[in-house]
Write a protein that binds this ligand. Structure first.
Ligand code: MRU
Length: 356
């Protein structure tokens, strides 16, 4: 998608270096950063220079390529893979991508391993682009249906950033929106600010602006009122891990939006590539919920009048805080899962029907 009218992807490989857009500086500064070692890749995931489930997976895949370039040694590759998986616990794409790479590379000789690793990382990236594009084409049908009935702008609420910046291109939750806009359907997006890191305000609103899609940032607590007022036609969110029973783990606050949508009879969809499905666990209590540094709550970052990014404290120094990064929305609150293969019920039957 575009930034200042130039087409970008969120990650690419050039002259043995992985290039990323540093998302911790957006929307104020657009900085392309080089990752030269596997440690750089791990750091970029930990510090959220790259974030969003599919992009974390792609970064981990390229991280293993960097590990081989650094030291073509099986023990080093294994410890790199473990460190990558541990860098963020909740999004399953990270483990999925690392496992896929390691399976592909097992038993391969030293001479061929780099080429094979690079091919596989590129395959993961291209697959994600295709999956996200197809999620968009499938989700477009829902937006089109609402538009045909309403004959007016479709108002869509989204939470966090499940846009192209969270993937490689298109995004998951935003892909149907981009496709609708390109087809001439009038859409407007309510963007949840998404405290504490403000991925909605900083990233979703930014990328929608760059694509010319009307959007309004709202506080995380405003969605309920807008739904009661009839100003939300549908919700679409992303997911970091979808269980085979249809329960969805996503950015903290998603669950409250789903409850509110249910109470107001508003369709609540989750968009996901199949790489986000965790087929192994059934009970959401088994999902490791990331607990992040409380400084993300106690401090906020912004740009001052001298164009410098500054961080300031907003809580009393003595206050305790708890920074839980994700929650789980039960399948019963979800109208449907929009995947690359089609739309299905949020249930084991629905998912298995699409993914045999
Ligand atoms: O903590 P983040 O910014 O990595 O959280 C991102 C989300 O919660 C997204 O909704 C999710 O990863 C889906 S991205 C297509």
């Amino acid at each position: 998608m575009r930034i200042e009218n130039k087409v970008y992807r969120t990650i690419w490989f050039e002259n043995n270096i992985v290039k990323i857009i540093d998302q911790t500086k957006l929307p104020h500064k657009f900085i392309i950063k080089d990752l030269k070692t596997v440690k750089d890749a791990i750091n970029s995931i930990k510090t959220m220079e790259v974030r969003g489930a599919p992009l974390i997976g792609a970064t981990a895949a390229y991280g293993l390529v960097l590990s081989i370039i650094e030291k073509n040694d099986l023990l080093f590759l294994k410890s790199s893979s473990e460190d990558l998986i541990a860098s963020r616990p909740t999004a399953i794409n990270l483990k999925w991508a690392v496992d896929r790479m390691m399976t592909k590379l097992s038993g391969v000789n030293e001479k061929d391993i780099l080429e094979l690793a690079l091919d596989e990382a590129k395959a993961i990236v291209e697959e994600d682009v295709n999956f996200c594009k197809n999620i968009g084409l499938n989700g477009l049908k829902i937006i089109e249906e609402i538009y045909n009935k309403k004959k007016d702008t479709v108002n869509i609420l989204t939470h966090c950033n499940a846009g192209w910046l969270a993937t490689i291109d298109w995004g998951t939750a935003t892909s149907p929106i981009y496709h609708a806009h390109q087809k001439g359907i009038k859409v407007h997006v309510w963007v949840d600010e998404t405290r504490p890191r403000n991925q909605g305000a900083n990233l979703t609103s930014y990328e929608l602006n760059e694509e010319g899609i009307p959007n309004t940032v709202i506080t995380d607590n405003a969605g309920g009122l807008l739904m009661q007022r009839g100003e939300v036609d549908m919700c679409i969110v992303g997911t970091d891990r979808t269980l085979s029973n249809g329960d969805v783990c996503n950015k903290i606050g998603t669950y409250l939006k789903a409850l509110s949508a249910k109470d107001n009879n508003i369709p609540f969809y989750v968009a996901l590539p199949s790489s986000t499905i965790d087929w192994r666990i059934q009970d959401h209590k088994q999902i490791p919920i990331e607990e992040r540094n409380s400084e993300e709550l106690t401090h906020v970052e912004g740009i001052d009048e001298n164009n410098e990014i500054k961080k300031v404290r907003i809580y009393p120094k003595k206050s305790k805080s708890l920074n839980l990064a994700f929650d789980v929305t039960p399948a019963k609150l979800i109208s449907g899962l929009i995947t690359e293969k089609g739309i299905c019920e949020a249930s084991e039957k629905g998912l298995k029907g699409l993914f045999k």
